[in-house]
Every structure is written in structure tokens, then in C-alpha cells.
Design a protein around this ligand. Structure first.
Ligand SMILES: [Cu+2]
Length: 106
């Protein structure tokens, strides 16, 4: 029975993962690329952020509550949303002059 339940849970989580939209973002020279990301309304999505700089960066939502430090030369994952339609701003807190971005939710 326990093995059976585990199999069901695994199948359910595999289905949930298959539905997750993934967006790849790069940080290079303290700039996000792409800096504007369009995602669907009311959906939690996954950002895989690769920091190609040698210095750490912090992905920080300005209109939403996400903060994640991404050490130099590493990749990190953040989940954002679900959001209502609109524009949401984020920045790299350690390089706020250059590292800026927007999430367009539509
Ligand atoms: Cu911060």
C-alpha cells in the first residue's frame, strides 16, 4: 500500500512539473537578459537564473515578494506568481543601476 501511494504521489508531482512554465534568464555584466519576460495571468512559473558574472547578484521583486541571492557563476531557481494582469518590476539589488527587469503578466 505504501509503495502504491508513493507511486501515485510521484505521478501527480510529475504531472504538476510538466505544467510548470520555465523561463531562462541570464545575468551578464550586471544586466538581466531578457529583461522583459511575459508570463500568463494567474500562473506560478519558474525562472532559472544563470549568473555569468563572478560577483553575486540578488534577484529581488519590487512589486512582489521574492528575494534570492545567486552567487557568481551559478544558477538558481525562483518561482514567481501567480499574478493578476499587469507589469511587475524586479531588480538585481547588488547592481540596482544596471540590473532591472519587468514581468509582463497577460
Ligand atoms: Cu534584497
Amino acid at each position: 500500500m505504501r509503495i502504491f501511494l508513493t507511486a501515485i504521489l510521484f505521478a501527480l508531482s510529475a504531472t504538476a512539473m510538466a505544467d510548470t512554465l520555465v523561463y531562462n534568464i541570464t545575468i551578464k555584466d550586471h544586466v538581466f537578459s531578457p529583461s522583459v519576460i511575459t508570463i500568463p495571468v494567474n500562473q506560478r512559473v519558474k525562472f532559472v537564473i544563470e549568473n555569468q558574472d563572478v560577483t553575486p547578484e540578488e534577484f529581488e521583486g519590487l512589486d512582489f515578494d521574492v528575494e534570492k541571492i545567486i552567487p557568481g557563476k551559478t544558477k538558481s531557481t525562483v518561482f514567481v506568481g501567480p499574478f493578476a494582469a499587469g507589469t511587475y518590476n524586479f531588480m538585481g539589488e547588488f547592481n540596482a543601476d544596471t540590473a532591472k527587469g519587468q514581468i509582463i503578466v497577460e
